[in-house]
Design a protein around this ligand. Structure first.
Ligand code: UDP
Length: 330
């Protein structure tokens, strides 16, 4: 049996592929390379294309005996989703429906979905448990929550089970130094902070310093991308062993502020990293911190990397050695 990784050439996808390769799985990747990088993965079966393309999916599911699909292709920028919701609902909701229908048509039973902490919106309390109020504050979070709801109905109606992994803040890079975060344009905090240390930007803009948090900047739960990759393997094994459909949080359970990330990055890089206070970014929640007990109990997952310093060090190692990410021509 083979596994299909949709979005396998992206940041988290490439780390999932790397883990699957270590475990000797037969891997098929679909990626349209809009944001992904072909160089980030080394697989025998690569299809450049889109999960919204029914004919491509028919071909892939006919050519390979696939029992598990990982779906990691989505647009991910909270702020952009507020200004351009159409882009987000079309890509993050409508295209995965084509993928799900194709899975049902070809009797593919297991689905591992990249969901997000953004499904909760402004939290009713932290740490967040899966059954707490979900009221997304951006079309990005809303598109992910909508797909989770669709998955629940598909799972009731068809021979199909899923695990929705609600990632908190994916960060860091593979300790082997070969793969890491390479978004263009970049919108995420840690790579932007490190790009200031590399002299590629003059300063880092802090989006709001009057949130109801200890230093006024947003708190996030940063979880290493390799730990997220391991959770995908655990989720697949769980489904293959007959596990029922579930959604679970993946985080370290500790919140760090934007200012703390900048301070720690100054220490790691030895650069002053100038910062400026800017207005709040649309769609941001003040704090997102995970309770990942369910992932531990049900999937047997617990993060191995709990040190924020180590997370940023692996990111720094990647960015320092690949200042243009996978884009060699910049
Ligand atoms: N952030 C910031 N400046 C930036 C980018 C991000 O202050 O240039 C803040 C953002 O408002 C949020 C946190 O950093 O509170 C993490 O944002 P990121 O985009 O990395 O991840 P998200 O939490 O949106 O998934």
């Amino acid at each position: 049996m083979s596994v299909l990784v949709c979005g396998g050439a992206g940041y988290i996808g490439s780390h999932v592929v790397s883990e699957l390769k270590e475990l000797k799985y037969d891997i098929v990747v679909i990626d349209n390379l809009e944001y992904g990088h072909r160089e980030s993965i080394n697989v025998d079966h690569f299809y450049e294309g889109d999960i919204g393309d029914k004919n491509l999916l028919d071909k892939v599911f006919s050519n390979h005996k696939i029992d598990t699909v990982f779906h990691l292709c989505a647009y991910i920028e909270v702020g952009e989703s507020v200004s351009n919701p159409s882009k987000y609902y079309n890509n993050n909701l409508s295209k995965p429906l084509t993928l799900l229908d194709s899975m049902v048509k070809h009797n593919v039973p297991n689905f591992v979905f990249s969901s997000t902490a953004a499904v909760y919106g402004e939290p009713e309390g932290v740490p967040l448990k899966e059954d707490m109020r979900k009221c997304p504050t951006s079309p990005y979070g809303d598109s992910k929550l909508a797909l989770e709801k669709i998955l629940a109905w598909y799972s009731k109606a068809y021979s199909f089970n899923y695990v929705a992994l609600r990632y908190f803040n994916a960060s860091g890079a593979h300790p082997n130094g070969h793969i890491g975060e390479s978004h263009d344009p970049e919108s995420h905090l840690i790579p932007l902070v490190l790009s200031v240390a590399l002299g590629k930007r003059d300063n880092i803009k802090i989006f709001g310093d009057d949130y109801p948090t200890p230093d006024g900047t947003c708190l996030r739960d940063y979880v290493h991308v390799c730990d997220l990759a391991l959770a995908h393997i655990k989720a697949m094994e769980y489904l293959k062993n007959g596990g029922e459909s579930i959604s679970c949080n993946l985080g370290n359970g500790a919140g760090f502020s934007v200012k703390e990330i900048i301070d720690l990055s100054r220490e790691i890089t030895g650069h002053s990293i100038p910062s400026l206070i800017e207005k709040k970014r649309d769609g941001d929640s003040s704090e997102l911190i995970a309770d990942s007990t369910l992932a531990n109990n049900i999937l047997g997952w617990t993060p191995k990397i709990t040190s924020l310093k180590y997370i940023i060090e692996t990111a720094w190692n990647w960015h320092k050695n690949h200042p243009n990410g996978f884009n060699k021509n910049l």
